[in-house]
Ligand binder design. Sequence first.
Ligand SMILES: C[S@@+](CC[C@H](N)C(=O)[O-])C[C@H]1O[C@@H](n2cnc3c(N)ncnc32)[C@H](O)[C@@H]1O
Length: 199
Amino acid sequence: MSERPFSQACENNKGPILEILQQCLVPGSSVLEIGSGTGQHARYFADHLPGIRWQATDLAENLAGIESWRVDYAGDNLLPPRELDVRKPIWDQDLADAVFTANSLHIMGWPAVQSLFRYLGKHALAGSQLLVYGPFNYDGSYTSDSNARFDHWLGLQHPQSAIRDFEEVDGLAVAAGYTLAEDYTMPANNRLLRWCRSA
Ligand SMILES: C[S@@+](CC[C@H](N)C(=O)[O-])C[C@H]1O[C@@H](n2cnc3c(N)ncnc32)[C@H](O)[C@@H]1O
């Protein structure tokens, strides 16, 4: 087996994120993860939330890496990863009881973020949750010097990548039928935003 992709950030944030997921997710429900990256989160959350059916997705080029974290998983609640590019989503079925994404909105360009929310607006289930982890700006300001440095670095990597404004993302969520339920403070100047869609 080729070496698994690895993210130190995932190792650092998976415990604090799990604590929130344990509070929010109801056993017997399903999660669609968008932009699963290495697949570490999917494996860890499926393992620690055995009552939740976890569907990892990402761009085609990341699926083999995600599968490498899943292949020796003993449980049956971690599904094989599927391709999902939010710029041209190919699934037109109803989505899961919760949609989760971590550290993806500042990587994909703003048109892709808009496309993601249009997609959720069309296909997210009534009563479902949306959980988004990552850094956000508030009132047009960084919440820390380290986020300001990170945003500068992001812009150098890709001109379309940037820390998003909470208010702009919340506006997209509201247009997609969601209402903000919680804005959790997370370690390292990150947030975990939880929206609920009207039942
Ligand atoms: C910084 S990584 C985060 C990965 C993982 N969620 C984590 O927390 O480590 C950003 C992820 O967003 C994904 N991504 C970027 N553009 C995307 C798009 N248009 N549709 C779906 N996923 C996308 C990337 O492939 C990558 O896996």
